[in-house]
Write a protein that binds this ligand. Sequence first.
Ligand SMILES: *[C@@H]1O[C@H](CO)[C@@H](O)[C@H](O)[C@H]1NC(C)=O
Ligand SMILES: *[C@@H]1O[C@H](CO)[C@@H](O)[C@H](O)[C@H]1NC(C)=O
Ligand SMILES: *[C@@H]1O[C@H](CO)[C@@H](O)[C@H](O)[C@H]1NC(C)=O
Ligand SMILES: *[C@@H]1O[C@H](CO)[C@@H](O)[C@H](O)[C@H]1NC(C)=O
Ligand SMILES: *[C@@H]1O[C@H](CO)[C@@H](O)[C@H](O)[C@H]1NC(C)=O
Ligand SMILES: *[C@@H]1O[C@H](CO)[C@@H](O)[C@H](O)[C@H]1NC(C)=O
Length: 318
Amino acid sequence: MFSTTLQLFILIAQLSFLVSAQQLARVLIYSATAEYRHDSIPTAIQALRERGPFINVQFDNTEDQNQFNDQILGQYDALLFLDNTGEVLGDSGKAALQKYLNLGGNFITVHSASDCLRNTTFYGEEVGAYFDYHPALQNATVDVIDASHPSTSMLPSQWHVQDEMYNFKSDPRSLGAVVLLSANESSYTDPGPRTYNQGTPHPTAWYQEHGAGAQGDNPGRSFYTSLGHLNETWQDDLFMAHITGGITWTLQSNTTKAYNSSGQVGSSPGGSSSSSASPKSSATSASVSSPNRADRTTASSPSFAWWMIIGTIAFQSL
Ligand SMILES: *[C@@H]1O[C@H](CO)[C@@H](O)[C@H](O)[C@H]1NC(C)=O
Ligand SMILES: *[C@@H]1O[C@H](CO)[C@@H](O)[C@H](O)[C@H]1NC(C)=O
Ligand SMILES: *[C@@H]1O[C@H](CO)[C@@H](O)[C@H](O)[C@H]1NC(C)=O
Ligand SMILES: *[C@@H]1O[C@H](CO)[C@@H](O)[C@H](O)[C@H]1NC(C)=O
Ligand SMILES: *[C@@H]1O[C@H](CO)[C@@H](O)[C@H](O)[C@H]1NC(C)=O
Ligand SMILES: *[C@@H]1O[C@H](CO)[C@@H](O)[C@H](O)[C@H]1NC(C)=O
């Protein structure tokens, strides 16, 4: 009898650990464009949302720069800038973004997100480098130069892709970034001209343990991949493993509420409930689209599954 009670206590303790380890993080996808617009944006958003439940992330998405205020950004564990181009934020949006990063917010940028807010120094530093130009879309080989990272560990060492091989205006390594992927320049044609020094090997995806655009002593993480031009890319499991690995790694900065109870921004325990706190919040978030109820149920199902398994074990041990 005593040992059964003890077993139950141990199981409950293990269960609480599992539940807390599976805290649902919230990520806001921002896909506004002021110049060129990729037609793969809806495909990309759908692909990310479908993967959300498997990586314990609730993705919301918006193209409304008015969402860039302290109250809304403060609910997210990371922002994901997707294929933005040109001047996609005004002064107040930029100020809210800077404050979010200063408070430990995490930052993920994809493909042409390195080609927006070109005069906003902190933005360029948070990404790691600004886009310069790309040769025509073609097949190319991307070399994995660091396979120890969750965004690259599953990739073949020479990854064959059909994508745009971006060139950058500076070397992200000069800001402390670690380059993960490198375009193999003998595998494709680039007529140039190259006017900037982006360093070698050719940077194609990278991470920053401490995003260089944040001020203060608690910066979050930053991850950038220049891949992702085509619809087909977002339907490719290997690419999706690359991007979701980058997102998962970024969130594990532990600087936001999903993984840090003293975090100053992010999704508090209980996840999405924080967003409906005030009427003002629900009114202003009207243009942020959240997953529907079915998606949310799926998102929390891993914890439910653990309840079922442990409940069954506990029952059998009685
Ligand atoms: C990519 O997918 C979107 C729908 O998500 C579609 O509108 C667009 O035409 C597609 N692009 C190409 C080149 O097929
Ligand atoms: C960015 O700076 C350049 C050079 O000073 C200027 O020509 C351009 O108008 C600026 N763009 C924006 C959007 O502020
Ligand atoms: C380019 O790669 C795609 C798959 O990514 C493949 O279907 C296509 O045949 C390749 N084209 C050439 C010219 O090798
Ligand atoms: C780079 O690409 C060339 C041409 O496709 C190939 O011969 C070479 O093995 C590749 N090198 C690496 C390191 O991937
Ligand atoms: C964040 O927490 C996880 C789980 O405790 C740990 O594995 C990881 O190393 C931590 N990350 C940092 C940057 O401290
Ligand atoms: C958790 O958040 C607090 C407050 O922002 C910060 O001081 C601390 O360094 C964070 N912990 C980690 C592991 O980043």
